[in-house]
Structure formats: structure tokens, C-alpha cells
Design a protein around this ligand. Structure first.
Ligand SMILES: Cc1ncc(C[n+]2csc(CCOP(=O)(O)OP(=O)(O)O)c2C)c(N)n1
Ligand SMILES: [Mg+2]
Length: 658
């Protein structure tokens, strides 16, 4: 291996050596502990240390870095205390996740490290968001993010690189090409010579760097970072290296040809560099021994500390309360001046006033800038807030949701407009796996609102009509809001934006331009988790939300004899179940109406909860009404029968007469 010292100072040379030695020695210790059954799982980065260490040392400490499962050297280079790392791997409280997640699945704002989620790809888009925040604040900073060559096959890789290039984000995309993704060799993973060549397709620069040569990594990456700070832009780097151990320790390396192992063993980044430094007279055997002894003592002391710590204990209320970031709702009232406007106008007003209220709120979505979005909700925003805050995005829901997460990590707020709620499936992974779990895992807020134009009755067929709230009410960590009136929509959206937790905000397209209401003209808020009792009656409770509220109101108007409590849930998570219980205890009869198909929907859960908690008060079985168990059909006659309005009327009258 050839090393060029160039203008590197002696101290830098030694720091790079020590920087690589520490993760290597920690790993060697971990392998021993693994064999003794004292730790559970280990993903080895042995042989790849030059990349983690070289890249981290090229960055400034205030610059974010997003490592993967083989990047222990990132953590040690950022001086994460070893007892905390060990505590993390043992599920102890001194770790970073209170025992809730394992290995390198955590972040630390203190160290500007954002750990991976198991799904690999999404963190590439998160890096985009972090870099976007830096760019908007005119901070001359680089964000570095890692991926293995295997994960470059994920759509997230393509999406994140494309967004970074279109938006000129200073992201250093680092591919560690170590020859294998689990057991899959590169020739079964991709079909081009160098992954770096892909950069051209994204309109981006790239480099190939020998990932086993620490001086090469450090010098070249330092240069790139300098250039990117000066002129923000993404760069793709492919580090050529090799995975010297199994995917994880238990799985072995049987499938790796012996020849390859031998070839790469000769290229070990540490022993080669050590020899070089000795030859150059920078190190001698004595100083090497002293360094090793120092690291070994540090490891042993910290290990003892971690082992001595008692395991985390279960505290149910702590577990439950840590799913969400604490949010103290602040009621903002405004004077009574109001205007009769449509649901669509109320949402637009909320967004506009929130943009004034939070100067670091960014709105992102397809065609939302000059075009104003397909529903024209952000029409006229660009002249007021500029294109940097009202951002058109490429068609890549996953990267944009991930980027919104990155904005939140870097202290900003984001609203993402799904063009149609149906398309959220293309951004599903980061929502349910990243945003929903990040606070519970390592205490990071996901300050993101995802707007969901949803619902049927508009003749739009199976892919533009779904009301898919049940995909999200199932997932702890998300909040789900679903207003039926302009007044609620504005106040609840304002609160959703204030709330630092991820909120799915459902907006029924069929109500956008058909429902009017008096809405205060100034900014105000309404609390999440509070249902609204729209009509009062002693004989039956009707629970619904969204379009169902308007169907129920219409049917009650046609049947003035019916004495009903009509409850508009307004938010589904948190769910105001107490209001439902109170009503059922009074009326003894409950019918739940939802636009979505029944199975697995919120109506089923409410029904079960009422059965469990109010059984003695019930005078009849709880009734659920929803759409037919089919996709949403297009033709009017089909759609009318798919939707539950007529079935609801019949079922309600039958229950009333029960
Ligand atoms: C979406 C997803 N699919 C599959 C896996 C299982 N898995 C975890 S790591 C891995 C291999 C990753 O290979 P590569 O990106 O090359 O990284 P390396 O492990 O080689 O560092 C696989 C298949 C996963 N974690 N996430
Ligand atoms: Mg790999």
C-alpha cells in the first residue's frame, strides 16, 4: 500500500492511527465477549476502519454524520464515552435508548451523530434534510452519510441522491463497497463496474477512493469537504474495501472465497499504516505499545462500568409516555371576527399563518410552489415565503418524508403535502419506521406534519380515493387528525404544526369545496384528542369522523324524531374515548360509522373498547358501518354502493328500534 504524507502534520498522522486502533481493539474485545455469551449480536467493521475514521476526522465536530452498522470508528472518533457505547449494546440505561434499541441504532445530538434504522436506505434522505437546514441557514457545513453497496439497490438511495442533486445539498454520500451484502456478492447486487459511476446519472460529481488507505481517505475527503463548504453540492464517494468477517458474527464467511480473504488481509488498513509510520520514524514499538495499553485500559474500565450497571427495569408509564415528545398544548384564542369559508380555504389559512408564526417551517410537496398544489392550497405562497420555504419536490415520497425528518433533527419544522393520501404508501417506510419510532428510541422529535388529501365520493377510483388512516392509527408514535369542518381544520392544523410529534393530517377531498363554515380570520389553535358533540340526544350514540359526520348530519336532519348524540371524533390518535363512553353510558346504544372498509379500522377498536368498558350500559350490540370490503371503485353507481351512507341509515334506524 502506498501512503502519501503530503502536508499532513505529525500529530494528524498519529491521530489517524490512534483513531483506527481504538475501534479495532474494541471490536476484538467484543468478539471475545460474544464467544463468552456476554453480548448478543455483533456487526464487524474490522478492515473498514480507515473509512469511518478518515471521514469523521475530515468533518468539523458541528457537522452531522450518519453512520451504519459497521462504523464504530465514527462513534469513537466523535469521542462518545465508551461506557455509554457498551451500555447501549447491553441494553443499559447509560446507553442511548434506555434499552429500547440495540447496537448502533441510535443518535446523539450531543455528538452530531444520527444512527441508522435497520431499513438502511431512509437515512440517506434524512441526510438531505439535515443538509437542507444548514443550507437554508447559510451555514457552510457538510453532512456525511454512509451506506453499504447492498443498500444502494434500495429506491431510497436513488431518491436521496436525486433530491440532493436537484436541490444542491452539501451531502457527502459515502458508499462502503465491501464486496458483500450479507451473502450477496456485488455481481448479484448491481450490474455496473463502479457504483461511483451512478453519480453521472444524477448530475453529481463522484470519486473512487481506496477505503483501506487512511491517508488517501483523509486527504481526499478533507479536500472534498472543503470544496463542498465553499460551494454547496452533493458528492458521491465509493470507498473500495472488504468485509473481513461475517455479515454478523454468527453467520460466518463460508461463502467468501479464501483467495479474496487473503488478498484483502494483506491490505489491512491498520497494520499497513502502522508499518509505514514506524518506517517513517513517526512511531516506534514503544509508543505503539503505550498507545495499545492506554486504549486497552480505557476499554476495560468502561466495560466494567457497563457490566456493573444493573439492567434496565420496566416502568410502564415511562415506556408509554416516552413514545411521544411531551407537548404542552397552548390555547391561542383570537377575537371573534370570522368569515364563512370552505374547508380548503381554512387549511390554506392555517398553513399561511403558521408560516408566519414559525419562520423555520418548511413546506414540501409535489407541484406546491408556483402551481399551488393540485388542490391549490398553497397558491400564492411563493411570493410571500419564497421557493426555499415552499418547495416543489421530485416525485419521491420516501426521500421527502426522510428529508422532513432530517429538517427536524436539525431543528426545523416541516409540513409535507402528499399529492393524494393514496401515494403515502411510497413514503410509508420512513413514516412508520423512522418518524413514529424515533422519539421512543433515542428521544429525537419528528416535528413533521404530513397532509393527506383523502377520501372517496369524487369518482376518482382505487388510487385517488382511499381513506387510509387505519394504516397509521395502528402504529404507536404517530398522531392522526381528521377534521370534518373548516373551523376544526384550521385550529387543529395549527396545533399539529406546533406539536413536535409526527402528525398525519387527513383532509377529505370531497369536503374541500363543499363544506363551508364560519372560521376566525386570525390565528388560533384547537387541542388534539378532543371529540366534539354535535347533536345531543338520549336514545342513541353515533360516532364518526370526516365525511361520515356530514352523512350522519344529513340523515339526522331527515329523521327529526331520532334523539341522538352525534360525536365527531376529530382526532383518532389521541382518541377521545371518554367522550364516547360518557355518551354510551347515557344512551345505551352505539353505532360507529367510518368511510374506510370495516375490517381492521378504528370502528372495530372503538367497538371493542366500549364492549370492554361499558358492557353493563349497553341495551343493544354495538354496530359498525363502513364501506364494502373492496378497493374503491370508479363508476358513480359502484362508488355510491361501495360507500356506507345508505347502509348507515338502515343500520341506524334498526339499532334505534332495537
Ligand atoms: C430493507 C431491508 N432489507 C433487508 C435487510 C436485511 N439486511 C441487513 S444488512 C443487509 C446487507 C447490507 O449490505 P450492505 O448495504 O452492502 O452493507 P454491509 O452489511 O455490507 O456493510 C441486509 C440484507 C434490512 N435490514 N433492511
Ligand atoms: Mg456490503
Amino acid at each position: 500500500m502506498r501512503y502519501h504524507i503530503g502536508d499532513l502534520a505529525q500529530e494528524e498522522l498519529v491521530n489517524l492511527y490512534k483513531g483506527m486502533l481504538k475501534p479495532r481493539m474494541i471490536e476484538e474485545k467484543m468478539l471475545v465477549l460474544l464467544r463468552q455469551g456476554k453480548i448478543s449480536k455483533w456487526f464487524s467493521g474490522i478492515g473498514q476502519e480507515a473509512i469511518s475514521v478518515g471521514v469523521t476526522q475530515s468533518l468539523k465536530t458541528e457537522e452531522y454524520i450518519l453512520p451504519m452498522h459497521r462504523n464504530l470508528g465514527v462513534f469513537t472518533s466523535r469521542n462518545v464515552p465508551l461506557h455509554r457505547l457498551f451500555g447501549q449494546w447491553q441494553g443499559k440505561e447509560s446507553g442511548f435508548t434506555n434499552g429500547r434499541d440495540r447496537s448502533f441504532h441510535f443518535g446523539s445530538q450531543e455528538h452530531k451523530i444520527v444512527g441508522m434504522i435497520s431499513h438502511l436506505g431512509p437515512q440517506l434522505g434524512v441526510a438531505d434534510g439535515i443538509a437542507l437546514a444548514d443550507l437554508l441557514r447559510r451555514k457552510k457545513r457538510v453532512t456525511a452519510v454512509f451506506t453499504g453497496e447492498g443498500a444502494t439497490s434500495e429506491g431510497d438511495f436513488h431518491e436521496a441522491l436525486n433530491v440532493a442533486s436537484v436541490w444542491n445539498l452539501p451531502v457527502l454520500f459515502c458508499i462502503e463497497n465491501n464486496g458483500y451484502g450479507l451473502s450477496t456478492p456485488t455481481n448479484e447486487q448491481y450490474h455496473c463496474e463502479n457504483l461511483a459511476d451512478r453519480a453521472k446519472g444524477y448530475g453529481m460529481e463522484s470519486r473512487i477512493i481506496d477505503g483501506n488507505n487512511i491517508l488517501e481517505v483523509y486527504r481526499k475527503v478533507s479536500e472534498l469537504c472543503k470544496a463542498m463548504r465553499k460551494r454547496p453540492r452533493p458528492i458521491l464517494v465509493e470507498f473500495k474495501t472488504f468485509r473481513m468477517r461475517g455479515h454478523e458474527e454468527a453467520s460466518g464467511t463460508k461463502y467468501v472465497p479464501e483467495k479474496l480473504m487473503k488478498k484483502w488481509a494483506k491490505k489491512d488498513p491498520i497494520s499497513n499504516y502502522e508499518d509505514f509510520l514506524v518506517k517513517e520514524g513517526v512511531l516506534d514499538l514503544e509508543s505503539i505499545e503505550a498507545t495499545k495499553k492506554g486504549i486497552s485500559d480505557e476499554i476495560n474500565e468502561n466495560l466494567k462500568r457497563a457490566f456493573d450497571e444493573s439492567p434496565v427495569s420496566f416502568d410502564e408509564s415511562k415506556e408509554l409516555s416516552n413514545v411521544y415528545q411531551e407537548f404542552v398544548y397552548k390555547e391561542v384564542d383570537c377575537d371573534k371576527k370570522s368569515k364563512n369559508i370552505r374547508l380548503v380555504d381554512a387549511i390554506s389559512e392555517s398553513l399561511e399563518q403558521s408560516m408566519y408564526a414559525h419562520n423555520e417551517l418548511i413546506i414540501m410537496g409535489q407541484d406546491i410552489a408556483e402551481y399551488g398544489g393540485v388542490f391549490k392550497i398553497t397558491e400564492g405562497f411563493v411570493p410571500k415565503f419564497g421557493k426555499s420555504r415552499v418547495r416543489n419536490t421530485p416525485i419521491c415520497e420516501s426521500a421527502i418524508v426522510s428529508a422532513a425528518m432530517g429538517l427536524s433533527i436539525n431543528g426545523m419544522k416541516a409540513v409535507v403535502e402528499m399529492q393524494f393520501a393514496d401515494f403515502v404508501s411510497s413514503g410509508f417506510n420512513p413514516i412508520v419506521n423512522y418518524l413514529a419510532k424515533v422519539h421512543y428510541r433515542w428521544g429525537q422529535a419528528a416535528d413533521v406534519v404530513i397532509r393527506m388529501p383523502c377520501g372517496a365520493g369524487v369518482g376518482a377510483g382505487p388510487f385517488h380515493s382511499q381513506t387510509n388512516e387505519a394504516w397509521f392509527t395502528k402504529t404507536p408514535g404517530l398522531k392522526v387528525v381528521y377534521p370534518a369542518f373548516p373551523n376544526d381544520a384550521k385550529g387543529l392544523l395549527n396545533t399539529a404544526i406546533n406539536d413536535p410529534n409526527p402528525v398525519l393530517f387527513f383532509e377529505h377531498k370531497g369536503l374541500y369545496r363543499s363544506v363551508y363554515g364560519d372560521v376566525p380570520t386570525d390565528y388560533y389553535t384547537l387541542p388534539l384528542g378532543k371529540a366534539n358533540l354535535l347533536t345531543r340526544g338520549e336514545r342513541i350514540s353515533i360516532v364518526t369522523y370526516g365525511a361520515g359526520v356530514h352523512w350522519a348530519l344529513e340523515i339526522l336532519e331527515n329523521h327529526p324524531e331520532i334523539q341522538a348524540d352525534l360525536i365527531d371524533l376529530r382526532t383518532l390518535q389521541p382518541l377521545d374515548i371518554e367522550t364516547v363512553y360518557d355518551s354510551v353510558r347515557k344512551t345505551g346504544k352505539l353505532i360507529i360509522l367510518q368511510e374506510d372498509t370495516l375490517f381492521g379500522g378504528i370502528a372495530s377498536d372503538i367497538s371493542a373498547m366500549v364492549m370492554e368498558n361499558c358492557f353493563e350500559f349497553l341495551d343493544a350490540p354495538v354496530k359498525r358501518v363502513g364501506s364494502l370490503e373492496t378497493p374503491v371503485p370508479f363508476a358513480k353507481a359502484l362508488e355510491a354502493h361501495y360507500l356506507p351512507k345508505q347502509r348507515f341509515e338502515k343500520a341506524m334506524l334498526a339499532l334505534y328500534a332495537y
